[in-house]
Design a protein around this ligand. Sequence first.
Ligand code: Z5A
Length: 208
Amino acid sequence: MTKAMFISLEGTEGVGKTSNMEFINTILKNRGIDFIETREPGGTPLGEALRAMLLGEDFKGMSDDTELMLMFASRAEHVAQVIKPALEKGQWVLCDRFTDATYAYQGGGRHLDMQRIQGLENWVLGDLKPDLTILLDAPIEVGRARAGRRSAPDRFEQERDTFFNRVKETYLARAKAEPERIKVVDASGDLQSVQQQIQRILSHYMQL
Ligand code: Z5A
């Protein structure tokens, strides 16, 4: 049996993570792979409560350090209760965002010290990392236009384009530094072209 894989999906707002999670979900199901689908922040009852605080209006003025530590609090619970147990049982994990998002949003976006983020990552995760991260990349205005067709913007979505450009650049820098793990997909085209790229990437890990 092949080792259970931990796959994360990343990208800026509206770039198509949710749509492509569904696509990957279908591929895994068709291959008969036992997997769970989850998300960050969230993925556990405590994590989902933290997500509501992080994205909602009630604590809009929280400090950047608080935001960083709540992201990791949610992650600590998620890893302990959901991700590690699944991988240990041989289930694949498909996760909408993981630690790369913290480097991109809190590090790149909010200018928090990357070393501090790395310290938290080492503490909470040890050497746990996704085996594969699919980074959906598209111009900020494309994602915004797609997301704008939906509900009211959350606490992050209210940020300016300069914030999101720093997030995007940080993601791309991480992909450049870890090309084996982080695969960049051009998400600016139609869904079909994005899914063809994802399928090509996944075909290296399973026979499609
Ligand atoms: N965050 C953080 O700061 N630090 C962390 O450590 C973590 C997270 C883990 C919540 O994320 C926020 O948490 C996030 C970062 C922060 N904030 N932001 N921004 P989220 O993942 O829940 O929320 P999101 O980034 O806002 O995702 P989203 O808005 O749900 O977008 P999406 O999932 O990437 O897109 P989508 O729903 O699949 O697609 C949007 C629309 O476009 C939809 O109508 C699709 O049908 C359409 N679409 C998708 N792909 C295409 C293509 N290729 N062509 C045309 N139309 C398309």
